[in-house]
Design a binder for this molecule. Structure first.
Ligand code: BGC
Length: 843
């Protein structure tokens, strides 16, 4: 753990030299991505950047042309089970944040995969808190080694997007401690995270930004957190309650509760200046720790595309790719390949990240089709058929888009700014830089169709907009606002569609008019997005089947994309969107050597699982997903991933079924601690693929562990488990040794049949052996005891007190029960090679 931050003389002097307005000003952003500079005392502007996928820079998605390294999404990183890799990815993200002139990275996201449907699952690591927390701690160590503070987010129980800004996650105390808080605890205690971001939601009815017991009691008093707490963007804050509860920084600026209103509250005597000083001291101490106080605050954000970074993005994508099934078709024998059919809606698209604030603009993106073609070289013919289209509406058009901004919300105002964008989307939080709050914009570009036939156009707006194609108004959301919808993270309209016939080779002008007037810019979001796609011919599936039948191998790339999995909304179904199930079945029937690649950030229904020869889960693999996939398919790389989350057979088997996503602002976590495999295993439910599952191209022997016969808890000692592992196959590969602990047969509270308590990834060459050392401490055996204070208070009121009622009252805390525990060592939660008893004795 990083040393606790103690205010240095420099920080103390700075605080003393700042005026009340300057101090209050520092507690709210000065704009969307930075804090207030106070040059008088030598305090520069400090900039923050999202996030978990890469460091976008101090810009909003779609704004500015900064490119960034795009690493695999959270589930893919979680699937690597490789803390060493995560630390190196952290170093890369920290380096990227510094290139972007930022000292705070708004990552990692450690909310839990409670339901496969949660919109941001792709951003989070796992359904298991230990895997999430160890992954997060490693990433934090890497980022912070580059003098960039992380903000582990979103504290806490922010595990759904539905009603995300208003809902109360209703979670009992034990569940909170054992499942939802643990990743934060590990990121702080083992990783030393200097920052925490609160969530939008309420916890048991209390806004997390006002929860003194959470931010003060647990975070600071129990975990010893000495860094700063920042709100999620536009999270609810109150001038009087939030600072006292432990929030230090309200983002974005200008402050609504902090900043000027906080200065007024101090003047009015409703907030003590000493509390404000404590906030400022914590912020400055973190800034000092990462070196931000020595910046000028005017450094230019830059982008760099370094070969070593590209390599690491590739390694991470390979390491997180999970081979789910394989009848021996993989790896492909390149010498026997003449023609490969690359099929599916995601084959010719680079679906490398999910939707929302984690978005970055990567340097390199090869689609699976391009990457497979490049990798196989000119001697292999690669053919493509999409088969089906899952585009929800249509992607933005990538083109040179000339934009002019004009003052006033009516057309004809004076031009105040011009820029060129790379896609048909304008988006800003608050008016764009240099543009007044009331403005109009006109964006134009040219589109030359590749295909003759119907083309679908879409328009979504936050504000009001009109779309004209070839001089004809196609969708008019200006005269009459479009219906409200879920675009622009819930602040925008519905996406409205219109079809028009175009001719291949004939260029048409696309013109977008936008005004901030009317009902626009709700939540400070100003945006317009135009999408476009050529519609598929009616015989698209038949064409895909024919292409597969004539190929040596068919690779079907199915999945979702950032329109199906995104911040702002949850999926409605676990099924693959559109007609993809039918496509898989039809292609697999036409070619027995069909490999399905699932390109989705979270589990999907796989009722077709027995049809293809092999199935690969590629997640949203970041900028190197395509090349990683090509290497894995051909055996030039080994699929290193293991599932960080169970793939259920049916959504209805999931523990949150019936209570997810919740309603009327309450999300009831009724399954308690029985999340993910803890549920499926306790109920003996069949699953499609268990937690921890993943095949390799080689074989491993996990030998009998060496375990001491007993362990005395409460002494601070660790129990060391040594597991011999041998690569028994004929090629190099990696294995993840997983150690689950099963409780004694009789326990005071219901406990899951087994829980992951340690793991290690090993890379071994053919025939190589090693001994994996796994350590367990008290917590590996403990459960959170809510104590008996509540019970004692109830009993006190009973007219007839039960015998023993006067017994000593037990305080809440971690409790280790004496008994025989089983250490279960294996390759997945369902593939346990050895079960070893250990006698646990409380000290
Ligand atoms: C997200 C955060 C993100 C912030 C800034 C919010 O919508 O929930 O995770 O860091 O925006 O982009």
């Amino acid at each position: 753990m990083a040393d606790a931050l103690r205010p240095s003389a420099r920080v103390t002097e700075m605080v003393a030299a700042m005026t009340l307005d300057e101090k209050a000003g520092l507690t709210a952003g000065v704009d969307f991505w930075s804090t207030l500079p106070v040059e008088r005392v030598g305090l520069p502007r400090v900039r923050l950047t999202d996030g978990p996928n890469g460091a976008r820079g101090p810009v909003t998605r779609g704004e500015g042309g900064l490119r960034a390294v795009c690493v695999p999404c959270g589930t893919a990183l979680g699937a690597s089970w490789d803390v060493d890799l995560l630390e190196r990815v952290g170093v890369l993200l920290g380096t990227e944040a510094r290139r972007k002139a930022c000292r705070v990275l708004l990552a990692p996201t450690v909310n839990i995969h409670r339901s496969p449907l949660a919109g941001r699952n792709f951003e989070c690591y796992s359904e298991d808190p230990l895997l999430s927390g160890r992954a997060a701690a490693a990433l934090v160590r890497g980022v912070q080694a580059q003098d960039v503070a992380t903000t582990v987010k979103h504290l806490v129980a922010n595990d759904a997007e539905h009603e995300r800004t208003s809902m109360s996650s209703d979670v009992d105390e034990r569940t909170l401690r054992e499942i939802y808080l643990l990743p934060f605890e590990l990121a702080i205690r083992e990783g030393g995270s200097l920052g925490v971001m609160t969530s939008y939601n309420r916890l048991n009815g209390i806004w997390c930004t006002e929860d003194e017991a959470l931010l003060g009691g647990i975070l600071r008093d129990e975990w010893g957190f000495s860094g700063f707490v920042v709100t999620d963007w536009y999270g609810v804050t109150t001038t009087e309650v939030s600072p006292a509860a432990g929030v230090d920084l309200e983002m974005p600026g200008p402050g609504r509760a902090f900043g000027a209103p906080l200065a007024d509250a101090v003047r009015a005597g409703t907030v003590a200046e000493a509390d404000l000083d404590a906030q400022v001291t914590r912020l400055l101490s973190v800034f000092e720790r990462v070196g931000a106080l020595d910046d000028t605050g005017t450094e230019e954000p830059t982008s760099a595309d370094e070969p070593a970074d590209r390599e690491l993005a590739l390694e991470a994508a390979v390491s997180g790719t999970v081979l789910l099934t394989n009848d021996g078709t993989l790896p492909l024998d390149r010498s026997a390949l003449r023609r490969v059919a690359v099929i599916g809606p995601n084959a010719a698209k680079a679906v490398i990240m999910g939707g929302g604030s984690s978005h970055v603009e990567p340097f390199h993106v090869a689609t699976p089709l391009e990457a497979i073609g490049d990798h196989l070289g000119p001697d292999v013919e690669v053919v493509h058929e999409p088969g089906v289209d899952i585009t929800r509406a249509a992607p933005t058009l990538k083109a040179e888009v000339a934009v002019t901004y004009h003052a006033g919300s009516e057309p004809g105002g004076e031009q105040v700014r011009a820029e060129t964008l790379t896609a048909t989307q304008l988006l800003s939080f608050g008016p764009p830089q240099g543009v007044p709050a009331e403005f109009t914009a006109r964006a134009t570009c040219t589109f030359t169709p590749e295909r003759t036939g119907p083309h679908l156009f879409t328009l979504a707006q936050a504000g009001r907009a009109r779309l004209a194609v070839g001089g004809r108004v196609l969708i008019d959301g200006m005269a009459t606002p479009l219906p409200r919808g879920r675009t622009f993270m819930g602040y925008g309209s519905k996406e409205v569609t219109e079809t028009i016939d175009l001719v291949a080779g004939d260029p048409v002008e696309i013109a977008i008019d936008y005004t901030s007037g009317g009902d626009g810019g709700s939540g400070g979001v100003y945006g317009v997005k135009v999408g476009l796609r050529a519609l598929l011919p009616p015989d698209a599936v038949e064409r895909a089947v024919a292409a597969a039948a004539e190929a040596d191998v068919a690779v079907v790339v199915v999945g979702t994309d950032d329109e199906w999995e995104s911040e702002g909304f949850d999926r409605r179904s676990m099924d693959l969107p559109g007609e993809q199930d039918g496509l898989i079945r039809a292609v697999a029937a036409a070619n027995p050597r069909t490999v399905v690649v699932v390109n989705a950030g979270a589990p999907v229904t796989m009722d077709w699982i027995d049809d293809p020869a092999a199935v690969v889960q590629a997640w949203f693999g970041g900028q190197a997903m395509g090349p990683a996939l090509a290497r894995i398919l051909t055996g030039d790389a080994e699929p290193g991933g293991r599932l960080p989350t169970t793939v259920p057979e049916r959504l209805e088997h999931n523990p949150s079924w019936g209570t997810f996503p919740g309603d009327h602002d309450h999300h009831r976590y009724g399954e308690g601690v029985f999340v993910g495999y803890r549920w499926y295993q306790s109920r003996h439910l069949p699953v499609r693929f268990p937690f921890g599952h993943g095949l390799s191209y080689t074989t491993f022997d996990v030998g009998t562990p060496t375990v001491p016969a007993s362990f005395t808890a409460g002494t601070g000692d660790e129990l060391v488990v040594e597991v011999p592992v041998t690569n028994t196959g004929s090629r190099s590969g990696s294995e993840v040794v997983q150690l689950y602990v099963a409780p004694p047969s009789r326990t005071e509270v219901p406990r899951p049949p087994q829980e992951l308590k340690a793991f290690a990834k090993v890379h071994l060459t053919a025939g190589e052996s090693t001994v994996v050392r796994l350590t367990l401490d008290d917590r590996a055996f403990a459960w959170w005891d809510v104590g008996t204070e509540g019970h004692a208070a109830v009993v006190e009121r009973l007219p007839l007190k039960p015998p023993g009622a006067a017994a000593a009252v037990r305080s809440p805390g971690w409790r280790v029960e004496a008994g025989t525990y089983a250490l279960r060592v294996g390759r997945s939660s369902a593939d346990i090679a050895h079960v070893v008893p250990v006698e646990v004795v409380p000290a």
